[in-house]
Design a protein around this ligand. Structure first.
Ligand code: IMP
Ligand code: MG
Length: 446
């Protein structure tokens, strides 16, 4: 039995969907603990591609309980559309549970997210415009609507009237938008309430009971460490806590419930939206990585910015999340390159720096210091064991493991389930803290 958190170690889109799908096979419960429909996870099973936004990847296993935790924000319109799509592909949603205290994204949240982005002009964040920030803002301001409120028809009608009156002032006066009609919104959301009612639970209690019964629980992060509201590259972040610590708050369990934390990192780096990105490539190599890696957003279709692996970012992710090991994804995307660079430190105002600066202005001034490694110039997508990999690819992985001081437990070489090398059991293998004492990280994985 083990309770495991899987998080993104970069700016999201690391391939967590595939890794959580793999690990879900042995999980009894999968919990999504933060974010909303801003996230996009692509899972490929045989010839079917599933694009999930809110529903945990575990839904593809018939006996796995899937929980959308209290730390998420739920746009019921989008969730229902996702449910319809999954069900149309023959997947049952009977095992989907939704926390009664998750907050609900309302039409005004989407409208405000879009209008606020336009108003920010050159200072825009590049949000997914799905209303995520405004929903979390209302949660913090204590005016949000939770799933449990949505389920209580009379209370919801009253709360909604008051809220819409207030939001209409903002929509009209601040953004010059048309006001909303409270009755229309009420009716729309009552439809959603009826559809979702049977899925609503006290998910914290459900998870606790599963833990008492020694079930395997997988906590699935969305976005990534550098998009964390507290620990990311503020203000170019999302409005929740994707880091491992967020799993406890976002699902209502204590830290002692957690046995292990796995970080997912691409073999290079991508970022969607605005904000500094020291290793970003603006040349042909960047375009090649984008094309070969199909780096276009699952949610918004935006072209992702691509760059070299950033060791400062990855080391930071190891520290902030207390990672036990790494899963390195999309190694095959680098197959065609003559040489590969890795950022080992930044130069900031003439000094060498190996820790992430907290100020966005300082971070924007960081210049990557690279080490260059030879490429392998051959296809790796058919490799199933470490020994199948070309030597240069092994050297590259060893370099990343040493740089991040985290063992690499999984290497992914393509979207499908079998394009994976399990180097070390990510759940029952040795923990990083123990590894540090007597052996180099790579030795343990080799
Ligand atoms: P928001 O989460 O829509 O408010 O967007 C804030 C920032 O997070 C923007 O830069 C988005 O592009 C980024 N972001 C949000 N969700 C994801 C994701 O799932 N993958 C990658 N970037 C994301
Ligand atoms: Mg994604």
């Amino acid at each position: 039995m083990a309770n495991v958190i899987v998080i993104g170690a970069q700016w999201g889109d690391e391939g967590k969907g595939k890794i959580t799908d793999l690990l879900s096979k042995s999980a009894d419960v999968v919990v999504r603990y933060q974010g909303g429909v801003n996230a996009g996870h692509t899972v490929v099973v045989e010839d079917q591609t599933f694009k999930l936004h809110l529903i945990p990847s575990g839904i593809l296993y018939p006996n796995t309980q899937c929980i959308i935790g209290n730390g998420t924000v739920i746009d019921p319109r989008e969730l229902i559309a996702e449910l319809d799509k999954v069900e149309a592909l023959g997947v049952s949603s009977d095992n989907l549970f939704i926390s009664q205290t998750a907050h609900v994204t309302m039409p005004y949240h989407r409208m405000i997210d879009q209008a606020a982005e336009e108003q920010r002009g050159s200072k825009k964040i590049g949000t997914t415009k799905r209303g995520i920030g405004p929903t979390y803002a209302d949660k913090s301001e204590r005016t949000g609507i939770r799933m449990i409120d949505l389920m209580d028809t009379d209370a919801f009608a009253e709360q909604l009237k008051w809220t819409i009156d207030n939001k209409n002032i903002v929509l009209e006066k601040l953004y010059g938008l048309e006001p909303l009609n409270a009755d229309d919104v009420f009716e729309e959301y009552q439809g959603y309430a009826d559809r979702l009612r049977s899925h609503i639970t006290d998910s914290s209690l459900q998870i606790y009971n599963a833990a008492l019964q020694k079930k395997n629980i997988l906590f699935e992060g969305a976005q990534g460490t550098l998009l964390d509201l507290d620990h990311g590259t503020y203000p170019y972040v999302t409005s929740s806590n994707p880091v491992a610590g967020g799993a406890c708050i976002g699902s209502g369990v204590g830290p002692t419930t957690i046995d292990r934390v796995i970080g997912v990192a691409k073999a290079y780096t991508t970022r969607v939206g605005e904000g500094p990105f020291p290793t970003e490539l603006h040349d042909d190599v960047g375009s090649l990585i984008c094309e070969v890696g199909a780096e276009f957003g699952t949610t918004t279709g935006r072209r992702r910015r691509c760059g070299w692996f950033d060791g400062v970012v990855a080391r930071y992710a190891v520290r902030i999340n207390g990672l036990d090991c790494l899963a390195v994804t999309k190694l095959d995307v680098l197959d065609g390159l003559d040489e590969i660079k890795v950022c080992v430190a930044y130069e900031l105002d003439g000094d060498r720096c190996t820790d992430l600066p907290s100020s966005a202005a300082q971070f924007a001034r960081c210049k990557p210091i690279y080490e260059t490694l030879p490429g392998w110039k051959q296809s790796t997508e058919h490799c199933r064991e470490l020994k199948d990999l070309p030597e240069a690819a092994l050297n590259y992985l060893e370099f990343l493991a040493k740089l991040t001081e985290a063992p690499i437990a999984i290497v992914s070489l393509g979207a499908s389930r079998d394009q994976t090398i399990i180097v070390e059991d990510p759940i029952h293998g040795p923990k990083r803290a123990l590894l540090k004492e007597n052996t180099s990280a790579f030795k343990v994985m080799a």
